[in-house]
Design a protein around this ligand. Structure first.
Ligand code: FES
Length: 418
């Protein structure tokens, strides 16, 4: 098998081009500290390939297409990749309801992006994740979760985009598309579909069977007590860098599955962390994981964000409301916390207002989404709500612009008509 060797690192700014042979490479970036991501455009004199991967740049697509001209091939994520609701202790019905709504809105986001890009080929990509860990493998086979498979998005787009001529292939490893001719040079002989998915994944997982066990054993000698001490120290460092700590009014409990009665309770306003045996609050966030997993952060194997993306944890929150600051606290490194808080503050103090129409009424709202700055001038209006195009938070215009899943608002008020 060949490999690529990195000879030089070239740093590009947002939208800056790097010429090569007869073409150019451009990166488009999002950097809100809590989310750093980029999309890549590879363009020659005749053809262009835009790969969004899971970068939420939907609202910039019309401008990119206008500037760069026709894009023949477009790739973007259609399946989920976040730990909500997957790692939350919800009843099955609630879990499935949230999952279905997320899948529906994600598919709609893909459809709208295709309407903006109008490519010849859409490559469904960047998912679904394939879970090989024995503790997570069941996620590949659940009927309703946030990890739909390609045929599902193909069926949705076929119905939803009747007028758009776009080819959506069910990609298999090894497929090669020749863009100038629009022909497939190679389609893999092996097709994985619902009839053979389980045996395919089980065979795949068997190749890695020893890996997960060996990983756990590697940390077996570490005492839970030592990990707790290190964890307390790491959280204290994050707290020390967290300038907006006063705003988090519920405590965060951190518990190890292998020592469930020795928890850390993080009190944000007081900036303190204490050892407790149980949850004593009515309103709280909690996270439960294995101590060996946290050891991987301390030995530099994982970043905090990698750990969160491992999906090897369970969450609970009362009430069931998203907190950007707790999310940031868990995913950021200590040294990034201050900058993250500053960015959040800058987002909130950006007073740019826009007027939108919903259900026959005009509303003044904040232009930028309080989550991560999505541009609501490109939002989706439905009834008396507006949905942010990035992660599809919904804001209720009749309730002052309150988000229905977080305590954020876009400060909406109806305008009097003359
Ligand atoms: S930026 Fe994430 S929902 Fe608006």
């Amino acid at each position: 098998m060949g490999h690529y060797e990195c000879k030089q690192l070239v740093s590009l700014a947002d939208g800056e081009g790097l010429p090569f042979a007869d073409g150019i490479i451009k990166l488009y970036m999002i950097d809100t500290e809590i989310n750093r991501d980029s999309a890549i455009l590879v363009k020659t004199a005749e053809h262009a390939f835009l790969n969004l991967n899971d970068c939420k740049l939907m609202e910039r697509l019309p401008a990119i297409v206008e500037q760069e001209g026709p894009i023949q091939v477009y790739a973007a994520q259609f399946s989920g990749a976040i730990w909500h609701p997957t790692c939350y202790d919800y009843p099955k019905s609630k879990y499935e309801k949230i999952s279905k709504a997320k899948v529906r809105s994600k598919f709609e986001a893909v459809a709208r992006s295709l309407e903006a890009v109008r490519p010849q080929f859409y490559l469904p990509s960047a998912g679904p994740a394939c879970f090989l860990d024995p503790g997570l493998i069941h996620l590949n086979f659940e009927k309703n979760n946030i990890f739909p498979h390609t045929p599902q998005v193909m069926a949705f787009l076929k119905k939803r985009l009747k007028k758009l001529q776009v080819e959506v292939p069910n990609l298999m490893p090894g497929d090669i598309l020749d863009v100038p001719s629009g022909q497939w040079l190679h389609r893999s002989g092996q097709v994985v579909d619902e009839t053979n998915l389980e045996s395919y994944v089980q065979e795949y997982a068997a190749l890695y069977a020893g890996l997960f066990e060996a990983r756990r054993k590697r940390y077996a000698h570490v005492q839970v007590e030592d990990t707790l001490v290190k964890l307390k120290h790491a959280f204290q460092s994050k707290l020390d860098h967290m300038t907006l700590h006063q705003r988090v009014t519920v405590p965060l409990y951190f518990r190890f599955r292998n020592a469930p009665d020795q928890m850390l309770k993080i009190d944000f306003p007081a900036k303190t962390i204490e050892r407790v045996g149980d949850i004593s609050d009515t309103n709280y966030y909690s996270i439960t994981t294995d101590s060996w997993e946290i050891e991987r952060i301390f030995d530099g194997t994982l970043t905090w964000e990698d750990f969160m993306l491992s999906f090897r944890m369970r969450f609970n929150r009362e009430p069931d409301i998203f907190s950007t600051l707790i999310h940031g606290f868990l995913t950021m490194e200590a040294e990034d916390m201050t900058w993250f808080c500053e960015k959040l503050l800058a987002l909130e103090t950006n007073q740019e207002r826009i007027v939108i129409e919903a259900g026959g009424t005009r509303y003044a709202i904040n232009r930028f989404c309080p989550h991560e700055g999505g541009d609501l001038s490109q939002g989706w209006v439905a009834g008396k709500t507006i949905m942010c195009p990035r992660h599809r938070w919904i804001f209720d215009l009749e309730q002052g612009g309150q988000c229905n899943t977080s305590n954020c608002t876009i400060h909406a008020f109806a305008l009097e008509e003359d």
